[in-house]
Design a protein around this ligand. Structure first.
Ligand SMILES: *Cc1c(COP(=O)(O)O)cnc(C)c1O
Length: 424
């Protein structure tokens, strides 16, 4: 065992970690009197300590001045969604007017497809990855049927072509090239939820647009995980949720990006609601819909303020840390996990996630050798000792060390516990 794979080294890395103080900003579930070793930030991020005060503030305002809360003070509910726009824009690499926090991910995906999936007889198809997250698969199939087209021919799924079930850029390029003239929309994940594979969003955008197709991204597993450049990459839209790496709590209000080039396009079909109406004349309550400029023009309802409040606490931490610094730590933290798994657990676990840094975020998907029974047994053992990952059928444990609150010694502990279980 080389020195860089030792517990001493893990402790030294923690001591040198410039983001170390952030861990104290989160509440950890307890296991037998100690913090759980929590690797499930890709599923539900931990609660920022500041979140409760943000919710309490809304409750207090509601209690004390009720309807006046819409119009009173710096956090007035009328413009509450704007309190998060600038920080959110930094996290996803967009301009503040290109992002809006609204609804939930699946809802936003449908709303975006209403505007950006405009199939014609010549160009009816949507291209996605095979094995997409169910909601994405359901939504594209539903949209194709809704427009009177046929998923059997018009939903194109790019099959994995690499040994671990990941997808090469060549395969994506080939598929976009082959189906180009028929593609109305390319919908792609930033990070694939099952494999943890990250994609070159700039390249995918270029390829799709060169064929005349629109491009949208599902960033559920990317936002807060990888630095993003949505504006520069030039996708038409993106959607994401805020309860994973963004730590905004269960069912948190989601996010949506619409590229600036569509900001003033009043000709785009959209499912309109009064909150998407331009603010200056919204309360004239006239029958005609005049969309607000930018992503705000896709809002339906006045913002669910209680569901947005925790996001403010989380985004303050992202502003404090910065995505670049988070990514720097993430590369080292996940690299540490990868090295330990390769050197000490190769007889137990096979890494599914690509090993090139630019092809992954913080998550490693680990296939348990020996199959489902062994996998379940290991997963349950880890839970019993307070090490939390998550399980994906039939034999994968996903471990997501998040740079926001995980430590090198957490990663080391995971490896030790797997060794204990395996009887090393
Ligand atoms: C988590 C996740 C979702 C969740 O959708 P909701 O509408 O928030 O329930 C959707 N798509 C992907 C890829 C996800 O990882």
């Amino acid at each position: 065992m080389t020195d860089t794979l030792s517990r001493t080294h893990a402790i030294a890395l923690d001591a040198a970690d410039p983001l170390k103080p952030l861990r104290g900003e989160f509440i950890f579930p307890q296991h037998q009197g100690a913090d759980q070793t929590y690797f499930v930030g890709n599923s539900l991020g931990l609660q920022p300590r500041g979140a409760r005060a943000m919710v309490q503030e809304v409750m207090d305002l509601w209690g004390s001045i009720a309807v006046e809360g819409h119009f009173t003070g710096p956090t007035r509910w009328m413009g509450y969604h704007r309190l998060v726009a600038e920080s959110l824009a930094r996290v996803v690499g967009a301009q503040p007017t290109e992002v809006v926090a609204m609804n939930t991910l699946s809802v936003n995906l449908h709303l975006m497809m209403v505007s950006f999936y405009r199939p014609t007889a010549e160009r009816p198809a949507i291209l996605i990855e095979a094995g997409a997250f169910p909601t994405d698969r359901h939504a594209v199939e539903a949209q194709i049927r809704f427009h009177g087209f046929n998923p059997a021919t018009d939903l194109i799924e790019v099959q994995p072509d690499e040994a671990n079930g990941t997808i090469s850029m060549q395969a994506i390029e080939r598929a976009i090239g082959e189906h180009g003239k028929r593609l109305a929309l390319v919908l792609w994940p930033g990070v694939q939820y099952r494999s943890g594979q990250a994609f070159d969003l700039a390249a995918i955008t270029r390829l799709a647009r060169a064929q005349g197709a629109n491009v949208g991204f599902d960033l559920a597993h990317s936002v807060g995980n990888l630095p993003l450049s949505l504006h520069d990459n030039g996708a038409d839209f993106a959607v994401w949720c805020h309860y994973k790496y963004l730590n905004a709590g269960p069912g948190a209000v989601a996010g949506c990006f619409v590229h600036e080039r569509h900001a003033r396009d009043t000709g785009l079909p959209r499912f309109a609601g009064w909150w998407g109406h331009e603010e200056a004349s919204r309360f004239q309550m006239a029958p005609q819909f005049v969309p607000a400029v930018g992503a705000e023009g896709w809002q339906l309802s006045n913002p669910p303020v209680l569901g947005l409040a925790p996001l403010r606490a989380s985004l303050a931490l992202f502003d404090q840390a910065g995505m670049e610094a988070l990514r720097r730590k993430s590369l080292q933290l996940t690299g540490f996990l990868e090295a330990l798994v390769q050197h000490r657990l190769a007889h137990v676990l096979q890494i599914v996630t690509p090993s090139q840094a630019e092809r992954r975020g913080c998550q490693l998907s680990l296939r348990v050798l020996g199959g489902r029974e062994q996998g379940r047994a290991l997963f349950e053992y880890l839970q019993s000792v307070g090490v939390l990952g998550d399980w994906r059928e039939p034999d994968v444990i996903r471990i997501s060390p998040t740079p926001m609150y995980n430590r090198y010694r957490d990663v080391y502990r995971f490896v030790e516990e797997v060794e204990t279980w395996a009887g090393v």
